[in-house]
Every structure is written in structure tokens, then in C-alpha cells.
Design a protein around this ligand. Sequence first.
Ligand SMILES: Cc1ncc(COP(=O)(O)O)c(C=O)c1O
Length: 442
Amino acid sequence: MQTSTRGGLLLERSLSAVWHPCTQMKHHEWLPLVPVARGAGCWLYDFDGRRFLDAVSSWWVNLFGHCNPRINAALGDQLGKLEHVLLAGFSHEPVVELSERLARATGGALGHCFYASDGASAVEIALKMSFHCWRNRGRPGKTRFVSLAGSYHGETLGALAVTDLRLFKDTYAPLIMASSQVASPDWRLAEKGESARDYAVRCAAGLERHLERHGGETAALIVEPLVQGATGMAMHDAEYLRRAREICDRHDVHFIADEIMTGFGRTGTFFAYEQAGITPDFLCLSKGITGGYLPLSVVMTRDAVYQAFYDDDVTRGFLHSHSYTGNALACRAALATLDIFDEDRVIEANRARCARIGAASRRIAQHSRVKNFRNTGMIWAFEVETADVSFARHFFAQALERELLLRPLGSTVYFMPPYIITDAEIELLAVRTVAILDALPA
Ligand SMILES: Cc1ncc(COP(=O)(O)O)c(C=O)c1O
């Protein structure tokens, strides 16, 4: 792809000074970086005015478009009041209001918010809190965690311990604490003739068997509710979550819902766990929380957990911190994001949007190269039949040529657009995706 001098120079400087995430940097010898000059709505623009439809919401964070005027205005206002203050010994309006509103969104069940900046830090906090809670209650032997096969919970060492993706994990195996994995209720793995629900029930029975043997030493189960993202948008029936909740209760094991990707309306309800009629013990949120503006994450928990730490003894307290915990600007962006949910009745509006994307995607679902076309809320995914081991990178490059930002996970292509995607943009996304599929080498 040709770039203007300004864009080209930026790329050279970036390649020499910036170590880009999740990247074998040598691949950039043939796959150019994309210089982004600005963003507006669903679009990103380079320095030549070339544009790319952000159909993956910039790694699943953006909800209401780039440079959203309402979030911009809230941040402008906050900048004139307070940018940041340490949260140990101090507090401020945005963090208090955000905590109250998030607690209300859980029906008041998860009334205590502990903040960090990224998803992986939230997962670390939930794991540490769960262990420490059991320890404070006189059960220090509960040191183990269970997650689903193929799960992804982040890439710091603790989060990697409950992640089950070999590509990210194997290299660091000597550094990582042991954890257990149980079968994923991913419906693609069901036997022929077995429904997604029946398969979920079968997987839940496997979890029960695991906890019958290991419940005494297990602190928590951690799950990505309804959609396991990074493994390839694996979707499961809500019945798994309902049963897993009961099984955890029976075996005194915490249920951690990692809704870092699925939270904030992604699966069609505000939180994915609502579709199972359950409440987790810990809820991890990040990504969409600030509408995709600023790094912020939070772990929400129940009063019973909070009370297990409330004591005169300092070491029974949760002595965990990050410098930017509860950053005022990030909290204000999150409040502006919640305002948009309320004012625009986003969850309802997304139902109609979801139907339109489904209708426009029919040609994709019926394409001869496509398998397992699936949808949950504002997430669509399908596998492409291909023998190309570098399919993901090649598809990504082809998509850019057609003004689309799509980053397949292996042979899984997915759409996770911002919630403001218009009918014209939906049509463009569908038509051009079909064109890429048509042009794939046999
Ligand atoms: C379910 C889930 N948990 C945790 C994380 C890690 O979040 P972060 O990349 O902000 O550390 C991600 C990131 O994709 C995720 O999808």
C-alpha cells in the first residue's frame, strides 16, 4: 500500500521506536503498518484520506465511534476540574458516581468496585481477591483456579495462568502457576445431533466432576460468559452459566465472570451473565467501559466478599494498587458512556441493528467457503475453509485494500462493530466481505 511522505515517515519512525503489541515485528517487512491520522464515527483515516471501517471496534473497545462528541465534551469538562488523584486516602466525584451506577447495573448485588487500568490487571485482582477472601475465612488451601479450554483472560503472568491459548502461553510455561481447564461448552464441539444446550449441560457435568475431586483446593472458576473471544468467538448456551453457578455454590468455589469483552451490551444484554439469570461473585470489566477512550478496568464484588477483608488487621485488607487506579478522566469517560446507554436506549436499539446486520450477512453465511456462521448480540463470526497457514494476515491485508479493518483469529473472521454503525456501513461491510471471500485463492 502506498503512503504519503507524512504517513510513510511516521511508519518508519514507528517501526524503529515502537514495539507493537501481539506482533512478530519482522512481518512488517511485507505487511505495512497503517498510519492513522484521525478517527470519526466508525472510520479511521490515514494521512492520504484513505479510510478504514473499524469493524472490530479497535480490539473490542469502541462502542460509540471514534471522537464521539458527547464523550469528548465530558472529557473536556473533566480536564478543567481534575485529571487524576491517587485513590488511596482520597476520592473524587467521577469514581464515586461510576461505582454507584455500575452497582445499580448489577441490581445492587455487586456493590464494591476495585479499579485498575487494563483487563489483565482486573483478572489478576479477581484471582488475588478470591484466594485472599478464602484465606481470610480460614481456608488457605484454596489456591487453585479453573478455567474453560480455549479461554483467554489476558497476558500478565497471573492472567496467563488461567488463559488456555498455547500461542500466548507455551513460551512462558516455566513462569506460570498451574491451573486446571475443563471442557468448553463451545457449541461447535457438540456431537452430531446434540443441541448447544445439551452440550452445555454435558460440559457442566464435567465441571461438577472436576470440583467433586478438586473443590477443596479450588478458589474460583473464571469464565468468559456466552462468548470466548480470543480463541475464535466460541459461543455457548447460557444454560452452562446457570449450571456452573449452582455447581460453584455446591462446592464453595467463587464464580468470576470475565466480561472484559462481553460487558456493556456486546452480547445483547448489558452484562452477558444476565442471560443466565445468575450473578457472579466477581465481575471483571474493561474495554467498552470508557467507550474505547481511556484504559480503565474494574472488579466488582459482593458485600460478603468485602466483609471478609474488613478488619483491624492490615494484612487482612486487600493491599493491591496501581498508580492510575480510578483515574478521574477515565471514570468521566465511563460516565459519559453510561449516559449514552441511557439516553439512546442502546440495548433496545442494538436489537434492531443486530437484525439488520444479520440480514445483510446472509450472503456471507451462505458462502461456499464459510462454516459455522454464528451470532450473539453485536458479535458475528464464521470460519473460512482455507489451507493458507497465514490466512489471518492475508485476509487482514485484503480487507484493508477494501477499506475494512478486520483481523481474523486464525481462520475465524468476526465482526464486532461500534454500536453506531449505519445501514450504509453495514451494507458496505457485508458486500466487501463477500468480495474478499470470492477472491480467496482456491
Ligand atoms: C475476556 C478477556 N479478558 C481479559 C482480556 C485482557 O484485557 P487487556 O488486553 O486489557 O489486558 C481480554 C482482552 O482481549 C479479554 O478479551
